[in-house]
Structure formats: structure tokens, C-alpha cells
Design a protein around this ligand. Sequence first.
Ligand SMILES: NC(=O)c1ccc[n+]([C@@H]2O[C@H](COP(=O)([O-])OP(=O)(O)OC[C@H]3O[C@@H](n4cnc5c(N)ncnc54)[C@H](OP(=O)(O)O)[C@@H]3O)[C@@H](O)[C@H]2O)c1
Length: 363
Amino acid sequence: MGSHNESVPTLRWGVIGTGLISSWFTKDITASRKNPRATHIIQAIGSSSLSKGNAFVSQHLPTLDPAPTVYSDYQSVYNDPAVDIVYIGTPHALHKQHCLDAIAAGKHILCEKAFTLNATEAREVLAAAAEKNVFIMEAMWLRFRPLVTSLRKVLYEEKLIGDVRRVFCDFGLDMNISSLPDSSRLKDPAMGAGSLLDIGVYALTWGLLTLESPESIPSEKPRIIATQTLRNGIDVASSFILTYSATGRQGILTSTVEVRTPVTFLRIEGTEGYILVEGVGASAPRSYTVYPKINPAAETVEGKKYEFEVEGSGFYFEADAVAENIARDEKENEVMPHGETLRVLEILDEIRRQGGARFPQEG
Ligand SMILES: NC(=O)c1ccc[n+]([C@@H]2O[C@H](COP(=O)([O-])OP(=O)(O)OC[C@H]3O[C@@H](n4cnc5c(N)ncnc54)[C@H](OP(=O)(O)O)[C@@H]3O)[C@@H](O)[C@H]2O)c1
């Protein structure tokens, strides 16, 4: 499974679901770019109907040659011997079953975030993957961005802002939920709807990435205080504080589907300065600016800006990493390891326990 073409590995993808994220992901990983680390082939598409699958290909992947095989069900993708890895782009509540089905067919998996509804489901999926000896990873693409690697180096190797003390991160999108049809996954608690699993998971990820030094992961377990605003059974806003007892660091992290966050969505404060991170949203950072310690007497403050323009959307960073893992016959990725996926879901579970959001599947 997976192969080497000249110097870079080739991976043949089977895509499950033809919604928004599947369109972004497939377009991005098949677009031409400079010095790709892997070759990605969209081998098959699984959709609830053939017409929807064909429309997806003609709308989003019209130039692929050969064109992907389109199936009117998901099982045919799992069964296709030409598919190396299954990309799961369905609503979170369906990830568990779709992962289990793909694993049963012996396929590797890249599964969108939130990986599952809760940590219990994730444990079941990860155990099944281990049993079948297949690769599996949560598609938390943010962690693979060069900006994140650079920022962590600035924080914990170069220590440009001294000792990190506090982090404020917000991911808000104005989703106008009430205008959506009842069938929308963003409205339906049975599909895992709510700001926390959809976008709060990014705010949490930023908190973990910026408050924890490379040595501390994953041994330091933060204490959590959380609150949620619930409307029609879904959390329209979640706010949570992570406190690390060993260092005393705090992260104030928020998500909402009611208003959009301004471009500067993240502030990291240290003893010797602070950093502002900018982007169209917390999932797509574009730059960060490092400022010295605030001098109340100074009239202007000069910051140093680090910009990270990416080709396309940047989904290929995670896809390339997965192709390399599979070419090396690895079952887990070091940037998004299984233990971290579980830890994230355990924290999300605790936020929901305190905030009150429950999914119908949880009783
Ligand atoms: N990484 C990112 O930046 C990012 C961005 C957006 C979303 N996501 C994640 O990707 C997943 C899908 O989100 P999306 O925005 O792409 O959703 P979406 O546009 O609603 O698409 C989901 C697709 O899943 C399939 N599906 C199967 N059963 C379904 C059901 N009962 N209800 C709705 N859809 C069903 C449908 O495809 P077929 O009819 O073709 O089978 C549908 O088009 C979520 O877990 C979300 O968190 C990630």
C-alpha cells in the first residue's frame, strides 16, 4: 500500500463524503505546486448518490486524469483494491462508523476533525486500527503548517518573549445557524453540531501548542474551567480556561458560531514580550508578529512580522506527512499521534461536561 514514485511517495485516496471539506482537501492536494513531498491521486469517491459524486468530480476535480471512480456508497470505496487510504469528510457523528468500516476492510485512514464525538468513541476506533495494523490520523491540518513549527521554535527554543505566561485564542465564525436547513450538520445535535467540536477544537489546539513546551507534551495535564451557551441543544459559544499547575500558565480559549473573530485571533504573552497571530481564522494562520515587552512610556511599538504564504490552502502539509508515514510503513504520525487525539477529546469531553452540551448518542 502506498508506493514510491521516483523520490517521493504516491498515495491513492478514496474520499468518503462530497461536502465542503472534501472539496477543499481534494482540490488542494492535487493542485500543482513546487517541490511536492508526495504525489496524491484521487482514486475513488464515495457519495450517497452517483449523481452527487459525479457532480463533485465535475465541479471540483474536472481536470484529473484519470478521473476518480465514483461510487454511490461508501463500502465500495473501502473494498476498492486500488485505494490505499480513505479520507473521511463526513460529519463528526459519523466518523466512528466510517472509520470502523474502513478499518475492517484493511484501509489506512485520515479522518477529519473532530476525530469522533468523544474520547470513548476514539478509543474504540484507535483500538480497531491497532488490531488491523492500519495507519490512522486525525486530520488536524493546523499542526502541520510551517507557521506552527516556526512559532513553537520562537517560543521554546529562541524564547523571544521570555517565559510564556498567558494565551488568548478565539475562533468565531458567523454561521447564521437559524437560517440553515434542519438537515444541516451545523444545526443537528445528532451530527455533533456546535461550536466546540467544529471550531473550538482549533482554539484548544492553539492553547496546547503554545502553552506546552516540547518537553512537557503530553505529561502536563491542564486543569479546565468551562462554560457554554446552549441553544436548541447545541453550543453556540464555548469558553474555557486551561491552567497548568507546574508552570502557572493560563490559556483563555473561546469559540462561537454567532460572530466572526477579527484577523488577530491569537495573543501569546510572555515575560519579555508578546506575539500576535493573524489569519482569516484560527484554522488558517498567515503570519505572526513578535513585540517586545510593553513599555508604557513608549509612543510606538515596533514588532517583527513573520509571514507564511502557502501555495493553495495548505491541506497538502498533512497529506504529504501521511504519505511519508505510509511509505515508511508507520501506523501513526508523530505530529498528530493517537495519544494527542485522545487527549484533545478528553479535554473536549470535560468542557462539555461542565458546559452542558451532550449529544443524543450519549444518552
Ligand atoms: N479541516 C477543516 O478545515 C475542516 C473544515 C470544514 C469541516 N471539517 C470537518 O469535516 C467534516 C465534514 O464537514 P463539512 O463542512 O464538509 O460538511 P458537509 O459540507 O455537510 O459535508 C458532509 C458530507 O458528508 C456526507 N454525509 C453522509 N451522511 C450525512 C448526513 N447524515 N448528514 C450530512 N452529511 C452526510 C455527505 O456527502 P455524500 O452525500 O456525498 O455522501 C455530505 O456532503 C466535519 O467533521 C468537520 O468538522 C474540517
